[in-house]
Design a protein around this ligand. Structure first.
Ligand code: K3U
Ligand code: ZN
Length: 159
């Protein structure tokens, strides 16, 4: 069974750091597998739709994105959780959209954030396979929010 991890809260130093890339020797490792399972279990327990490694006190470039329909985004797609390692946005639409965000690290606060409506992302899987994938709407918003965590940025700084 995966371990539920504590989530770093607003004001803690780790959330302001730029996270280090996952190295080639870490791909396909037991450590990365266990880390991603614990992140996913923690995200699900807290009812989140995403999580980034720095939020559980690991300053590494790994995120999980798990869109599902919710009160604010009833038409959001129900996606299997995607683990993205060293994700990079390679293209973003000029079109920006305002949408509500929350954060497991910022309790009881929601806000309207402008994000690119469509993005192209390059990332690696746990096995080290390089993936190119396009996202739009709510999933694109989650990806941008989580990559911000890797760069030490919280959504409240974008309101
Ligand atoms: O499910 C949440 C939610 C909040 C506002 C609108 C829609 C859904 C809880 S907050 C959440 O899941 C964060 C998780 C975090 F903080 F760990 F990254 C992800 C997120 C929610 C909404 C927009 C973008 C990202
Ligand atoms: Zn967050």
């Amino acid at each position: 069974m995966a371990t539920i991890l504590p989530v770093a809260q607003l004001g803690e130093e780790i959330l302001a750091l730029v996270a280090a890339p996952v190295t080639e020797s870490e791909f396909a490792s037991e450590w990365l597998e266990i880390l991603s399972q614990s992140m996913q279990a923690t995200m699900l327990l807290r009812n989140g739709v995403g999580i980034a490694a720095p939020q559980i006190y690991v300053s590494k470039r790994l995120i999980i994105v798990a869109s599902r329909p919710n009160l604010r985004y009833p038409d959001a797609p129900n996606m299997d959780a995607i683990v993205m390692i060293n994700p990079e946005i390679t293209k973003r639409s000029i079109q920006m959209v305002l949408g509500e965000e929350g954060c497991l690290s910022v309790p009881d606060e929601r806000g309207q954030v402008a994000r690119a409506d469509q993005i192209s992302v390059q990332y690696f899987t746990l096995a080290g396979e390089k993936i190119y994938q396009d996202f739009s709407g709510f999933p694109a918003r989650i990806v941008q929010h989580e990559i911000d965590h890797l760069d030490g940025i919280l959504f409240v700084e974008r309101i």
